[in-house]
Write a protein that binds this ligand. Structure first.
Ligand code: GDG
Length: 492
């Protein structure tokens, strides 16, 4: 097999298997944010991507796609149940999102997680050139860094954590808390979304292992009796802002935005929510606030419509099935009480859409509602801001989304405070154009400056610094050690 200088390891390959009209099966680039985020990094070098192909028991040799070597990892249906739906999405996801839902601790899930992580590590070890850089992505693969280091000590290893890292008081619930930290500490650079996530991680390392830390540098003992520098720092992820702007300028997308308004019966104000159907996103809290505003007569159907896109997610996990039922019951009640023949209170769509349609929705929406109870970053917030080139529109943003650290001129809300959220929604609906513009300008500046390319570059700069230190003993520069990309103070 050909070897790569840069290997990305992620739960999923960046492609989806699709059936053509003639019945044949091919691959198509998947629309996900991670794909676009890493595309630019991959384009510059001989890259390989290790991941699951999206179908149980798919046994396939590595193959080339758009200049990248794709290395499929085989997972059985049972492994998907235990490693993916079980340990990743039934244990780690709720625990790391501050136990919004109760995490389930099951030893058979953990065993599968270890086994599958080893398989990913072995595939990455196989694909990597001598002294290559391997970039592991996210919570499904927390053990891969250390497993990989044992297999291939010559590699430089990065890990990016897309979701929050919880405070020690919660993290310590995890029966395998030592093993998971050991797994992560196999990396040279650990990237988190927020200052607070990197801080929580470091505190867990100090509490459990007592390893010394200085700014973002952790001294991890080596088997030889020395120590190794690991950087654990915030690198807030972003979007390809220019690509979103470009889409938003297309005449057909703009025409579609106007058509959406028309089809909704030309309400004065359109509120929009776009989320994977997930209990972390605060969809129920948002509906509660909106429903009460209708009850109070503060908003009227026909004048205001809420469009809620809830893209289908993790249908095999029980908590998601229950959430879907609850949301659909609530939407049904609100609409039953308030709809007219001409207008709906909530236009709810449990569907996925092409990116063009998403951008048209962002353009059509006067107010974007992001009310996550906990969210690593929330790219939807950044996408909405990027396409508002006329500086109009209002972003209502939960302070519990990582994006709030940067996008602090949004209307920040605590989604648990329903009255506060109602006030913010009313304020957004009635905000004068000059204030919209002032806030949106500041938001757009942040998103355009800190785009996904800047994110990738700042991570790779930290990787280079660790490499240099290893090769020449040069100390890690201060700008890498201390909050590499965020300029403002942390908000705990
Ligand atoms: C995780 C973390 C972190 C959604 N529905 C459709 C669609 N989307 C796109 C959005 C956006 C992406 O999916 C969702 O990203 P988010 O960041 O909002 O949320 P998660 O999926 O939970 O992502 C999160 C992220 O990783 C990155 O690190 O920010 O905190 O939870 O790009 O536009 N795209 C299309 N159709 C849909 O129906 N085309």
């Amino acid at each position: 097999m050909q070897k790569a200088d840069l290997v990305v390891v992620a739960n999923r390959l960046p492609v989806d298997r699709v059936t053509e009209a003639d019945g044949s099966e091919t691959w198509r680039r998947s629309p996900g944010g991670l794909v676009t985020a890493l595309e630019q990094v991959m384009a510059k070098t001989d890259g390989a991507w290790v991941g699951w192909g999206g179908k149980a028991d798919l046994e396939m040799d590595p193959f080339e796609f758009d200049g990248t070597l794709l290395v499929p990892v085989r997972l059985s249906a049972q492994e998907l149940h235990d490693y993916y739906e079980g340990f990743s999405n039934g244990t780690i996801w709720p625990l790391y999102h501050d136990v919004i839902a109760a995490p389930v601790y099951r030893r058979s899930w953990w065993d599968a997680y270890v086994r599958v992580n080893r398989r990913f590590a072995e595939a990455a070890a196989e694909a990597a050139e001598h002294e290559a850089f391997v970039w592991v992505q996210d919570y499904q693969l927390q053990l891969v860094p250390q497993m990989l280091r044992e297999l291939r000590p010559d590699l430089t290893i990065g890990y990016f954590h897309h979701i929050p890292f919880p405070a020690y008081g919660l993290y310590s619930q995890l029966p395998w808390r030592r093993q998971v930290l050991e797994g992560l500490l196999g990396a040279d650079v650990l990237g988190f979304q927020r200052v607070a996530d990197a801080g929580n991680f470091q505190r867990s390392v100090r509490r459990i292992f007592r390893y010394p830390t200085r700014a973002s540098e952790i001294a991890v003992p080596t088997p030889e009796g020395g120590s190794r520098s690991v950087i654990a720092a915030p690198f807030p992820i972003s979007i390809d802002a220019q690509a979103f702007i470009e889409l938003s300028q297309r005449p057909e997308v703009r025409a579609r935005a106007a058509e959406i308004r028309e089809q909704l019966g030309n309400p004065d104000k359109i509120l929009l929510g776009v989320d994977r159907l997930d209990y972390t996103k605060g969809i129920r809290h948002r509906l509660k606030a909106f429903g009460e505003l209708l009850d109070d007569g503060k908003v009227t159907v026909g004048e205001v419509t809420l469009v809620q896109i809830a893209s289908p997610s993790r249908p095999g996990v029980e908590a998601y099935q229950e959430l879907r039922d609850e949301i659909e019951l609530t939407v049904g009640r609100i609409n039953g009480d308030y709809d007219t023949m001409h207008h709906t209170a909530v236009r709810y769509l449990h569907q996925g859409f092409p990116r063009e349609e998403m951008v048209a929705l962002y353009l059509a929406a006067d107010v974007m509602l992001i009310t996550a109870l906990r969210d690593g970053m929330n790219l939807v917030a950044k996408e909405y801001v990027a396409v508002r080139t006329d500086n109009r529109g209002v972003l209502v943003l939960s302070e519990f989304a990582g994006a709030a650290d940067e996008l602090n001129t949004a209307l920040l809300v605590n989604p648990h405070d329903i009255d506060g959220m109602k006030e913010a929604i009313l304020r957004a609906i009635n905000m004068p154009a000059a204030e919209q513009s002032r806030r949106m300008r500041a938001l757009r500046r942040k998103v355009l400056e800190n785009d996904v390319e800047a994110w990738g570059q700042s991570f790779l700069r930290a990787v280079d610094a660790v490499r240099r230190k290893r090769a020449t003993g040069d100390p890690i520069p201060v700008d890498v050690k201390v909050k590499p990309t965020l300029r403002k103070k942390p908000r705990e």
